[in-house]
Design a protein around this ligand. Structure first.
Ligand code: 13P
Length: 342
């Protein structure tokens, strides 16, 4: 393991003013996104969409790295350049999603376990040759009446740790993503309890497997009420619950925490991150690794039409810039109004 390489890459991914773009939607997931704009899910459309994002002028000023899907890391831009090369030239580090998706957990089918460890060592060698310097593995924890079960939390934490150790063996920075879903009616307090339990289990497993904490990043959910909970919280409340949870569970040796957006709107995800950074200095960088919250507006502006590429790119760079400001607690509603106009 080249510790120096891992530490440098992890630090670069959470550099000041910057965060990560998650553009690693599987072919099944991108279908849902394309459906929202009435676009068919064929390879040429997927390539054109990723081309729009990755050729946006100046996006490297705010996007330190991009997580790609297996198809995309092997694809070329419309101008014929391999996508990892396009990203590197724009000053953004190529990354790769390496899990192969979540399936029903035995004995608790409403819950999920993530697959993809078989053959992972060999795939990591291949991805490194293709230019990937970091990776992502997403585990899913579902909140429900009697959920999560203990075996769901333990099993997913264990797999995340083996994945992280395999990545570091190849000089690839692992992004460890235990996502506690925000899809139910639970309160913020319940999300706090489940997130705390999950992170305790994840860091115990990471330490058991000898993972270098300085050479990894954590990609968690924010501590937030479920979507259908009648009581929703202010950005300040979300920030306070979230930071309290991480102060109790995430070692200071971890260089950065890069949030997923999980179904929050784009302005909400920006405002919540901003509120955390406005609280002052933390032991780790608090940044973003958003999928939907960075892409929704761009997708809507593009609508799958080549005539709208410039509009899609403008929407993307604007949201990236707003999140760049949220990295320093410098985002405001006035900025949102001025740049987005709502
Ligand atoms: P969202 O920000 O849309 O939740 O996606 C982030 C991600 O990479 C989920 O694995």
């Amino acid at each position: 393991m080249n510790q120096n390489e891992l530490i440098q890459t992890a630090k670069a991914l959470v550099a000041p003013n910057k965060g990560i773009l998650a553009a690693d939607e599987s072919t099944g997931t991108i279908e849902k996104r394309f459906k929202s704009i009435g676009l068919s899910n064929v390879e040429e459309n997927r390539r054109a969409y990723r081309d729009l994002l990755f050729t946006t002028k100046g996006f490297g000023d705010f996007i330190s790295g991009v997580i790609l899907y297996d198809e995309t890391i092997k694809q070329k831009s419309l101008a014929g350049t391999p996508f990892p090369e396009v990203l590197a030239k724009a000053g953004s580090i190529p990354g790769i999603k390496v899990d192969t998706g979540a399936v029903a957990l035995p004995n608790s089918p409403e819950e999920k376990r993530t697959q993809g460890l078989d053959g992972l060592r060999e795939r990591l060698v291949e991805y490194k040759k293709l230019g990937a310097r970091f990776a992502k593995w997403r585990a899913v924890i579902t909140i429900g009446e009697k959920l999560p079960t203990r075996h769901c939390v333990v099993d997913n934490a264990h797999q995340l740790a083996i994945y992280a150790a395999l990545c570091q063996e190849q000089g690839i920075v692992p992004i460890v993503e235990p996502e506690v879903l925000m899809d139910w009616s639970n309160s913020i307090e319940r999300c706090y309890e489940v997130t705390e339990e999950t992170l305790c289990e994840v860091f115990t497993a990471l330490c058991d497997h000898g993972v270098l904490l300085e050479g990894m990043l954590l990609k968690p959910n924010m501590v937030i009420a479920g979507k259908t909970c009648p009581k929703q919280n202010t950005a300040k409340e979300v920030a306070e619950w979230t930071v309290k949870c991480f102060n109790r569970t995430v070692p200071a040796a971890v260089p950065g925490i890069v949030f997923l957006s999980g179904g929050q709107t784009s302005p909400q995800a920006t405002a919540n991150l901003n509120a955390m950074n406005a609280m002052g200095a933390h032991p780790w960088q608090l940044s973003f690794s958003y999928g939907r919250a960075l892409q929704d507006e761009a997708l809507k502006a593009w609508k799958g039409d080549a005539k709208n590429v410039a509009a899609g790119q403008k929407a993307f760079i604007t949201r990236a810039k707003l999140n760049g400001a949220a990295r320093n607690g410098k985002y405001s509603e006035a900025m949102e109004k001025e740049l987005v106009g709502v």
